[in-house]
Design a protein around this ligand. Structure first.
Ligand code: AMP
Length: 418
């Protein structure tokens, strides 16, 4: 049986919980966005309410295996304490916290210092290049000490909960290796992880049709794995944003100064052919709002995406494209959106992304399941104030994209044994 956080009896137990408290801080160490802390609260509060004791662990930033005060989790202890409504104790060395962990009583909370102050967390050898003949040996030694590190963390608690979706695609000591030191009845996913895994499941394996996927952003190359996986699942595939111009050029168009991957023209033609062969309705932006420079105050020109004059670049989807996008979203029952349809950071070039956001919100009102994920598209729906009009906004960037590509996430596999 797979243990769940709702089944487990936390009373009198110590739970070590991997969260993603990699929150942005300003120069004074003040948290500028506490979404990640709020995201973990249901799991943490549940464990405390059930009479468990909490050991919270996380990474912050990229200290690369070295102690660095800039990335110390001590800076967020007060914020976590406030959010949880209870005192949070701090262990200044995550690998030397056994005594503090042993002393914990039900209802008490201990937060460990940044796991990435130890190179063992990520398990990559430091100070040696891959080309070095001694690299393989160093890697082997590091893997062995990573296991020891994970075992130490595991020794603090009776059970392990992983609620850090943002790092679920990494096989790190605290996200995956640690799970080997707990038997199946004593390890589980937290609420946030469960929700994320379910959201991906809805998109990949529990599809209500028609299914429309919207992929935007800057480049085809970074999205190709996902596009190919989705090609086998969707009814409508909208490809927009900077990718538009690689497709336009591949089909013989002229794209002026637009962002374009010249080494991906064949790939673009292949995607068009695959869509045709699989009966997928591929929707590409036929017209664009162009600028005479990459700036919000650029002069504007609307023209076909394959006939952009020299000196101009496509920065947003044009009116015809917006209509076509909305049509492919209308009536959809499953929707996935990743990546904006234009340079939405410039207020004068948000129209395409806004048209998509509105169509997605409308379809959701009419019963569609909509998942928005991957950094920028989340920023987009937030910018347009539509976050509460979609079904689910994923907290995971890379983890979500890898999951949608169909890859097994080590953080999930370590618990579910897949
Ligand atoms: P990605 O990280 O690949 O999802 O790309 C997101 C970025 O793509 C955003 O910062 C957008 O500004 C950018 N983007 C979208 N459309 C365009 C475009 N037509 N030209 C240049 N950048 C774009």
């Amino acid at each position: 049986m797979i243990m769940t956080i709702d089944n487990y009896k936390f009373a009198g137990k110590k739970a070590i919980v991997r969260v993603d408290f990699n929150v942005p801080l300003d120069e004074n160490g003040v948290i500028t966005d506490d979404t990640r802390i709020r995201g973990a609260l249901p799991t943490l509060q549940h464990i405390l309410n059930e009479g468990g004791a909490l050991i919270i662990m996380s990474h912050m930033g990229k200290p690369k295996g070295k102690v660095n005060a800039k990335f110390s989790l001590s800076q967020i202890v007060d914020a976590v304490s406030k959010a949880l409504g209870t005192k949070v104790m701090f262990a200044p060395d995550c690998a030397k916290a056994k005594e503090q962990a042993d002393a914990l009583k039900p209802g008490e909370v201990l937060m460990l210092e940044n796991l990435r102050f130890y190179a063992e967390e990520e398990g990559k050898p430091v100070g040696i290049e891959k080309e070095d003949p001694a690299y393989d040996e160093a890697k082997k030694a590091m893997k062995a000490s990573q296991k020891e590190f994970a075992k130490t963390l595991a020794s603090y608690a009776d059970c392990y909960v992983n609620d850090a979706f943002g790092t679920a695609h990494r096989k790190h000591a605290s996200t995956a290796v640690i799970a080997d030191y707990f038997d199946a009845d004593n390890k589980m996913l937290g609420y946030l992880m469960e929700k994320e895994v379910q959201a991906v499941e809805n998109i990949l394996n529990n599809i209500k049709r028609p299914f429309t996927a919207i992929m935007g952003g800057s480049k085809v190359s970074t999205k190709i794995g996902i596009i190919e996986n989705l090609m086998n699942k969707v009814d409508n595939l909208i490809l927009c944003g900077g990718m538009t111009y690689t497709f336009a050029k591949a089909q013989g168009g002229h794209v002026g100064n637009s962002i374009c991957e010249d080494d991906k023209l064949d790939l673009a033609l292949d995607i068009i052919a695959q869509a045709k062969a699989k009966g997928v309705n591929l929707v590409l932006g036929t017209d664009s709002v162009c600028g005479d420079k990459f700036a919000n105050d650029a002069k504007q020109l609307v023209c076909p995406s394959g006939a952009i004059p020299d000196g101009w670049e496509g920065l947003d989807a044009g009116p015809e494209s917006r209509k076509a996008f909305a049509k492919a979203i209308e009536g959809a029952k499953t929707i996935l959106w990743n990546g904006p349809a234009g340079v939405f950071e410039f207020d004068n070039f948000t129209g395409g992304s806004k048209a998509i956001a509105e169509a997605v919100a409308k379809a959701t009102d009419e019963g569609a399941y909509s998942l928005i994920g991957g950094g920028d598209s989340v920023a987009c729906v937030n910018k347009f104030g539509m976050a509460d009009r979609v079904s689910y906004i994923s907290t995971g960037g890379g983890a979500l994209l890898e999951a949608i590509e169909g890859k097994v996430l080590p953080g999930v596999a370590a618990i579910k044994g897949e």
